[in-house]
Write a protein that binds this ligand. Structure first.
Ligand SMILES: Nc1ncnc2c1ncn2[C@@H]1O[C@H](COP(=O)(O)OP(=O)(O)O)[C@@H](O)[C@H]1O
Ligand SMILES: [Mg+2]
Length: 262
C-alpha cells in the first residue's frame, strides 16, 4: 500500500477536493483505495457520505488506541473499492487527550493499524487539516509521499518552505518520507498565477537535493466554474461534470502519477 499525504498549512488550497478526486480516479483505475480523514472538519467523510456527527469518530479512536480490530475503524463507501476512516469534531478531543498523556509511543498510533492492513489496499490517501498536530505527525509517520496542493495566487507559495521544514522534521520518525512535489490547484491563467507557476518551475530547475526548496510541479488542475458552483455537493467532480477542465486534469494527474491508464 502506498500512502500519500496531502499537506499544506493553509486552508482553502483544495487539499480535500484533491484527496476526494485522487481517491476517485485511483478507484476508476481499478485500484483499491483507503481514505483517511485526518481533519476534524470531516469534509472528505462528507464527500464520501459517511460523516457521522454523533459518535466518536474512527480516526479519534485510532489516535487514542481505543480499538482492537481494523473493522472497527474502516467503513465501506458507496464505491466498491474505496473504504474510509472518518473524522468529526471528536478528533479534537483525541488530540488533546493524547497530548496530555504525553507518554509511550504517541507518534506510532496510526502505524499500529497500517501494519495490519498494508496488503489490503493499493493506495491510502490522507486528507489533513491546515495545521500540524499530533494527528498529522502520526499520519506523516505512516506516509511514503507528501503532495502539497497549492493555489498560486496571493501568498500561497510562502507556506511551501514551512511544509518542507515539517517534512524534514518528520523524517526523524519516518526516514523514508518524501516530499514528492506540489499540485497546482484551481489554476487560472492570469498574469499573476502564470508568474507564480513560473516561479515554481524555476525553483525546480534550480533544484538542489540538499536543500528543502525543491518543489516539482506534479500536476496543474484548472479552475472550473462547475466546481465553484457545486462546492456544496462535495462529490467527485467526475460525477457531475466529467468533461470540465478540473475533472480532466485530476484524471491526467493521477494517470501520470501512477503511470497507469484505465
Ligand atoms: N479546480 C477548482 N476550481 C474551482 N474551485 C475549486 C477548485 N478546487 C477547489 N475549489 C474550491 O476551493 C475551495 C477550497 O477547497 P478545499 O478542498 O475545501 O480546500 P482545503 O481542504 O485545502 O481547505 C472549495 O470551495 C472548492 O470547491
Ligand atoms: Mg480540507
Amino acid at each position: 500500500m502506498k500512502v500519500i499525504n496531502l499537506l499544506n498549512m493553509k486552508g482553502g488550497v483544495a487539499k480535500t477536493f484533491s484527496a476526494v478526486n485522487m481517491a476517485y480516479e485511483l478507484w476508476r483505475s481499478d485500484y483499491k483505495v483507503l481514505v483517511l480523514d485526518n481533519d476534524k472538519q470531516g469534509n472528505i467523510s462528507r464527500a464520501y457520505r459517511r460523516y457521522d456527527a454523533e459518535n466518536a469518530a474512527p480516526v479519534a479512536k485510532l489516535l487514542t488506541g481505543e480499538w482492537s480490530l481494523p473493522e472497527e475503524l474502516i467503513q465501506a463507501t458507496d464505491y466498491d473499492g474505496i473504504d474510509i476512516i472518518t473524522a468529526n469534531m471528536s478528533l479534537f478531543g483525541a488530540v488533546c487527550s493524547l497530548m496530555r498523556e504525553n507518554s509511550g509511543d504517541i507518534t506510532g498510533r496510526y502505524r499500529r493499524l497500517f501494519g495490519k492492513i498494508c496488503d489490503k489496499y493499493d493506495y491510502c490517501i490522507i486528507d489533513n487539516p491546515p495545521d500540524i498536530g499530533i494527528n498529522v505527525v502520526n499520519a506523516l509517520a505512516v506516509s511514503e509521499e507528501v503532495i502539497v496542493p497549492v493555489k498560486v495566487d496571493e501568498d500561497a507559495l510562502e507556506g511551501l518552505d514551512i511544509v518542507a521544514e515539517q517534512i524534514e522534521d518528520a523524517k526523524a520518525i519516518n526516514p523514508s518520507l518524501t516530499l514528492k512535489g506540489v499540485l497546482v490547484t484551481s489554476y487560472q491563467k492570469t498574469d499573476g498565477e502564470a508568474a507564480g507557476l513560473k516561479w515554481l518551475e524555476r525553483e525546480r530547475e534550480r533544484g538542489d537535493s540538499s536543500c528543502c526548496r525543491k518543489y516539482p510541479v506534479l500536476g496543474i488542475i484548472r479552475y472550473s466554474m462547475k466546481v465553484a458552483e457545486n462546492t456544496f455537493l462535495r462529490k467527485p467532480i467526475y460525477e457531475y461534470s466529467p468533461c470540465c477542465g478540473a475533472a480532466q486534469d485530476y484524471k491526467k494527474f493521477v494517470t501520470a502519477y501512477t503511470g497507469k491508464g484505465r
